[in-house]
Write a new protein. Sequence first.
Length: 213
Amino acid sequence: MHIQPKDPILQETLLNYSQESEPVKRKQLEESIWQRYGSENTAFVLDMSGFSLLTRKYGIVHYLSMIRRMQLTVEPIITNYGGRIIKFEADNCFAVFPEPSSAARTAITIQHAMAAANLLTTEDMDIHVSIGIDYGKILILNEDDMFGDPVNRACKMGEDLGKADEILITKEAMDMIPEEAQIHGKLIEVSIGGLNMPAYQIIYRTDVEEEQQ
């Protein structure tokens, strides 16, 4: 974690926390950080698939051009559904949404947009992404970074567990999506931090689309 010195109050509070030996005072400092920078949000983490293979095969410039196309594709979709991009980092996108249903709709729209764009490109330029979603208490620091258990779980699902074209969401977040949203998923089990937990793989493709993949 690298926090840029943009917020002197945050820097001072973190330093005071690290130097404080009394548990009660430490707790007070921690609560002051959560009150100032914390919120309940939906963490959304997108990762492009195949970095190592594509870079070895075609070179880093080739992959960087694909990252730029990914950014230009996902940014308007995220903002259109009420999300806020926290940062683009390498071939990842980190964003937050007020509730899980808008994050899930965004993920589905992005996957459809990528699939449509891939019909117009050669195979070496096709972009595939995996997306992880979770909901809970998140710290947003300096408006350009985010931390918390929901971020860690979304990262694990989006970057490590999710395969190309998949959308994974924790059961807690999925349970918050109303039935009328018509967002469906397949119940799975994932291992995060050594703990097994239920999650869903969101179903968004038709049988025809899956056969064409």
